[in-house]
Structure formats: structure tokens, C-alpha cells
Design a binder for this molecule. Structure first.
Ligand code: NDP
Ligand code: 8X3
Length: 254
């Protein structure tokens, strides 16, 4: 049996690390990308399958291209690309937000994801084999105060996934978009609130959020369905979460 190769971005933490562990349990070879090298090395040493690490900023096009061109031979044929690296920064309303945060979200969640996909999909088309899994968010479906550019970046991920489906359906390449809701067990909120632990923890207070293993379960499921089955999109939330009503602003009465 051919051992498949999966490329997981954002593997140093949260969803990405859980996905890597799950796919390693399935015996896949892994390519792991994130900025924090030590974390990747540690994870790679624990997986028990061949793993190649790429420690770089995914926004650095030249570094990403060079890393792909220099993949060791046994990792070159990428079967599964999990575009998971991403982040939210800030929860301020549009008039108060930090422009640098907006740019970083767009560069990471949209531009870098599209660039890596553009590079990897060429080989998939040549081999007529592959599965691209893109990590979106419920924030791309439902607007909430302060979600502005983060939500828009995740809406990009969903529409890009649809576009890829349209392009790749004839090449035996599957594309799946996964949109999780409130999820703990990762660094997402610490990153969003720039290291403010109190604010980060408040997000999960008195809830039972999704956990990274729940997302890994979805990835594992869509990959292991028969190859003629393509799950286009999954939206999942913890049971304690649901989409809220439309917002109506009412003027205060005296
Ligand atoms: P984490 O912060 O735990 O993980 C994010 C991962 O992305 C890390 O491995 C980080 O690695 C990597 N990353 C971020 N920026 C870069 C960069 N510039 N270059 C390379 N790697 C980068 O969060 P989650 O696991 O929760 O998030 C994973 C994905 O899931 C994200 O796309 C997020 O938007 C999405 N998501 C999260 C939800 C949640 O509530 N947690 C819900 C819905 C979607 P490093 O810092 O080492 O570079
Ligand atoms: C993460 C979920 O609701 O914080 O994408 O935007 S949310």
C-alpha cells in the first residue's frame, strides 16, 4: 500500500498539532509547517512516522517556495494539504482596530493560504490525486462585533474552496472547507488578545467548547471517505453555541 503524505500548516499548536497526530496514527508521512521550530521538532519526534518540518513564516513567499523545492524525495508527492495556519488579531470595532492586525490576518489567512495552494496543486493535478482541506470559521458565515476582517478572511477561505472545487473536480482532487465555531485547547484566543490571558480565558468561561481533537476527527473523516465522495463543507459548533439573532441597534431612551 502507498503511504500517503500530508502537509499540515500551523502544526505547532492547537488544531494543526491534533490533525498531525491523528494522521500519523493513520500511518501517513507528514510535512509540518509553522514558525516555532522547537515545537515542530518535538511534535515530529513524537509522531512515530517520517516527518519533515518547515520552520518559516508562511507569509514569506520565497521561504515557502524554497522549502517546497527542497523537499526530501520521499515527501515530494503531497497527497493531502491541510491549510490550517491562521489567526485572529483583536476584537475592536472597525474604527478602532489596528491596521497592522488587519494586514497580518489578510496576509496569513488569505494570501499565504492561496500561495501555498497554488504551489502544491500543480503536482496534485499532474498526479491526478489529492485532497485540499481549508480551515475556515463560523466567523466567515456569521458577523459578530469585532469580527470584521477575521470573518472576511474566513469567508475568502470558503469561497476559494468553492472555486478550487470547480477547477479541480475533473482532476480527481477533492477540496473540503471546514468551519468550526468556538474552540478551546489551542492558542487562538491568546493570540487574538495579544497574550492577555484573562481575556483569552473569558472566551471559554462556563462553556464546553470544541477541542482540537474534534477538528482532527472531521479531517480524518473527510479524508477516509471513498475517493468518489467529496465533502464540500462542514460547519461545526459546540452544542452550547448557536447562531444568534440579527443585531438591531436601539437608541437609548432618556
Ligand atoms: P493556534 O493559535 O493554536 O494555532 C495557529 C497555528 O498557525 C500555529 O501553529 C501557528 O504557528 C500557525 N501560524 C500562525 N501564523 C503563522 C505564520 N505567519 N506562519 C506560519 N504559521 C503560522 O490556533 P487554532 O489551532 O485554534 O487555529 C487553527 C486554525 O483554525 C486557524 O486558521 C484559525 O483561524 C482556525 N479556527 C480556530 C477556531 C478557534 O476557536 N480556535 C475556530 C475556527 C477556526 P506559529 O505561531 O508557531 O507560527
Ligand atoms: C474562531 C471562531 O467565533 O472566535 O474562528 O470567530 S470565532
Amino acid at each position: 500500500m502507498i503511504t500517503r503524505t500530508a502537509f499540515v500548516t500551523g502544526a505547532s499548536s492547537g488544531f494543526g498539532a491534533a490533525i498531525a497526530r491523528r494522521l500519523a496514527e493513520r500511518g501517513m508521512k507528514l510535512i509540518l509547517l509553522a514558525r516555532r521550530s522547537e515545537r515542530l521538532q518535538k511534535l515530529a519526534s513524537e509522531l512515530g512516522v517520517p516527518a519533515h518540518t518547515i520552520a518559516c513564516d508562511i507569509r514569506d513567499n520565497a521561504a515557502v517556495k524554497s522549502a517546497l523545492q527542497n523537499l526530501p524525495a520521499k515527501f515530494r508527492d503531497i497527497d493531502i494539504l491541510v491549510n490550517n495556519a491562521g489567526l485572529a488579531l483583536g476584537l475592536e470595532s472597525a474604527d478602532k482596530t489596528d491596521w497592522a492586525d488587519w494586514l497580518q490576518m489578510i496576509d496569513t489567512n488569505c494570501t499565504a493560504l492561496a500561495y501555498l495552494t497554488r504551489l502544491v496543486v500543480v503536482g496534485m493535478v499532474e498526479r491526478r490525486r489529492g485532497h485540499i482541506i481549508n480551515m475556515g470559521s463560523v466567523a466567515g458565515h456569521y458577523a459578530y462585533p469585532g469580527g470584521n476582517v477575521y470573518g472576511a478572511s474566513k469567508a475568502f477561505v470558503e469561497q476559494f474552496s468553492r472555486g478550487l472545487r470547480a477547477d479541480l473536480a475533473g482532476h480527481k482532487i477533492r477540496v473540503t472547507h471546514i468551519a468550526p465555531g468556538l474552540a478551546g485547547g489551542s492558542e487562538f484566543s491568546q493570540v487574538r488578545f495579544h497574550g492577555d490571558e484573562q481575556k483569552a480565558q473569558a472566551v471559554y468561561e462556563n462553556t464546553q467548547p470544541l477541542m482540537p481533537a474534534d477538528i482532527a476527527e472531521c479531517v480524518d473523516w473527510v479524508i477516509h471517505l471513498p475517493e468518489h465522495v467529496n465533502i464540500n463543507s462542514i460547519e461545526l459548533m459546540p452544542t452550547c453555541q448557536a447562531a444568534g439573532p440579527l443585531a438591531v441597534h436601539r437608541n437609548k431612551t432618556a
